[in-house]
Design a protein around this ligand. Structure first.
Ligand code: SIN
Length: 520
């Protein structure tokens, strides 16, 4: 099957056109790391951004990094990452990214980022689930992402960043990228470019409630699938064990950082009983284990939430100002009462298939950050490995994109005609929440697939419409991949197949927007 057919119809009907060497889609850690790297190599770099906020901004816990002159080692960080990834990490990718972490963080410091110190000149280190050591640097207590975003925004202030630009299609000629089709306030446009970096973030808004910002609608997954590029491990949607509970809560919900448990907070059910993780790390087990334990307790008890008791943490308010503010806004005082929490859709461990330089198998198309699957996270991402991966692979993707644009010349992109369908967003989110959350089974996933098949034609004339189309494509991919994995592994728990099956310890790559017909 030829998965990559370009049916160019020229540029008739577009309202504006321009040219760049590298186009980066997204302004979180991976996008800005890529854009800065490309810009500093002298490339004409255009950055497209559809939304004001990024998942990076909301990251709380920190950046997992091995510091020199400590008792930590790259080997230990790699080992913890592989253990969390439940057999599906690519060990070479993990080694490559972890080993480059300290250098990438040093570059970020050169760009102005400041991390919390335990003594002058010594970064404070915390722990999160699945880490055998204290190796997580943080900023502003629990506002690490905000500091990373601030530093990168400042460094990127002179870059050509186009706000309110929605990428609709990666254009290509069948063998290489030629540009991007974009919608902005002036209408439809083409940015002609030989290199495009997808840094569009995640897909949390497949679900009714998520820790992700409003723009996390699976856009990059859809763009890659339409361009004929595969998506790997997409069934592994990570649910963070502790999202602030609110019965009516929908859309973006506050994260209650895992670093609280690293500093001594404990999980209890409504009767004060501890969670049963069956893991030597207890409440600090990798988050797939903790989320599953909470889910099991909620099903067994019929309760709506469990509780995180952080009252024993000294200087709670000073160390965790973001969490404290979120709790207080919800009428909860975490210094006096346990915090009600539930697992919440948090991170896509799978994504667009790339190598550790962000290269996909379509020349000129790169992906980095949450949208990409490098092999770093496997079936379950280790906490605070995502900012690390975004920094390392983002910068590498930017540099590699520049190299590609030097050899590829100046293509003329043609718009590719394509019909789209979408499901009503509320219907899609309800179906995903019901049937593709922490625990799934074949009957539910089949019901979900049937619901997703009811999508109706939709033109991508607004940002919301484009997002609905992307959500529908991405939901189909998640449903198809989850249905195909007849076992439990990492953050994919099948109620009908509760055990891992060594014969299924492999990654699966999907192609095509009708993913259910395209399983390899
Ligand atoms: C957290 O602070 O618990 C989240 C960190 C992460 O998602 O890596």
């Amino acid at each position: 099957m030829n998965r990559r057919i370009a049916c160019g119809v020229g540029s008739a009907g577009v309202d504006w056109q321009q040219r760049a060497d590298v186009v980066v889609i997204g302004t979180g850690v991976a996008g800005l790391a890529a854009a800065l790297a490309a810009h500093r190599k002298g490339s004409r770099t255009v950055v497209l951004s559809k939304a004001p906020d990024t998942a990076t901004f909301y990251a709380q816990g920190g950046i997992a990094v091995v510091l020199p002159h400590t008792d930590d080692s790259v080997a230990a960080h790699v080992e913890d990452t592989l253990a969390a990834g439940a057999g599906l990490c690519d060990p070479d990718a993990v080694q490559s990214i972890v080993a480059d972490g300290y250098r990438a963080v040093a570059d970020l410091v050169d760009d102005g980022a400041r991390f919390d110190e335990s003594a002058p000149g010594q970064w404070a280190l915390t722990r999160e689930g699945g880490h055998s050591r204290r190796r997580i640097i943080h900023a502003g207590g629990d506002a690490t992402g905000a500091e990373v975003q601030r530093a990168l925004d400042h460094a990127a202030a002179t870059l050509d960043i186009r706000r309110n630009h929605v990428a609709l299609q990666v254009l290509h000629d069948g063998s290489a990228v030629t540009g991007v089709l974009v919608r902005n306030a002036d209408g439809l446009g083409i940015v002609h470019a030989p290199s495009v970096v997808l840094a569009t973030g995640g897909l949390g808004h497949l679900y009714r409630a998520t820790t992700n910002p409003e723009g996390s609608t699976g856009d990059g997954i859809a763009l890659a699938l339409w361009a004929g590029v595969g998506v790997t491990d997409i069934e592994f949607v990570q649910f963070h064990p502790t999202m602030l509970f609110d019965r009516e809560g929908a859309g973006r919900r506050p994260l209650i950082t895992e670093a609280l448990r690293g500093e001594g907070a404990v999980l209890r059910d409504a009767r004060g009983e501890p969670m049963t993780t069956h893991h030597p790390m207890g409440d600090l087990a990798p988050r797939d284990v903790v989320a599953a334990a909470i889910e099991a307790r909620l099903r067994q008890s019929g309760d709506e939430c469990v509780f995180l008791d952080a009252r024993s943490i000294a200087l709670l308010v000073q160390r965790f100002p973001t969490v404290t503010a979120a709790c207080r806004a919800a009428g909860i005082d975490p210094t006096r009462e346990p915090i009600p929490v539930v697992p919440g859709a948090h991170y896509s461990c799978g994504g667009v298939a790339t190598d550790v330089y962000g290269r996909t198998d379509l020349p000129g198309l790169f992906a980095a950050g949450e949208v990409a699957r490098t092999g770093m996270h496997g079936a379950n991402r280790l906490a605070s490995n995502s900012l690390l991966e975004g920094l390392v692979v983002g910068a590498r993707a930017g540099l590699t994109a520049v190299e590609h644009s030097h050899t590829a010349g100046a293509p003329m992109a043609k718009v590719e005609e394509r019909q789209h369908t979408a499901l009503d967003r509320r219907v899609l989110q309800a179906a995903m929440t019901e049937d593709a959350s922490v625990v799934r089974d074949a009957a539910g996933l089949q019901r979900l697939s049937d619901t997703l098949a009811d999508a109706t034609p939709r033109s991508m004339t607004t940002r919301a419409a484009a997002e609905d189309v992307a959500l529908t494509v991405t939901a189909r991919a998640v449903a198809a991949a989850a249905l195909a994995r007849n076992e439990s592994r990492g953050c994919h728990h099948r109620g009908d197949y509760p055990d891992s099956d060594p014969a299924q310890a492999f990654s699966r790559t999907l192609h095509g927007d009708h993913a259910e017909a395209c399983l390899r």
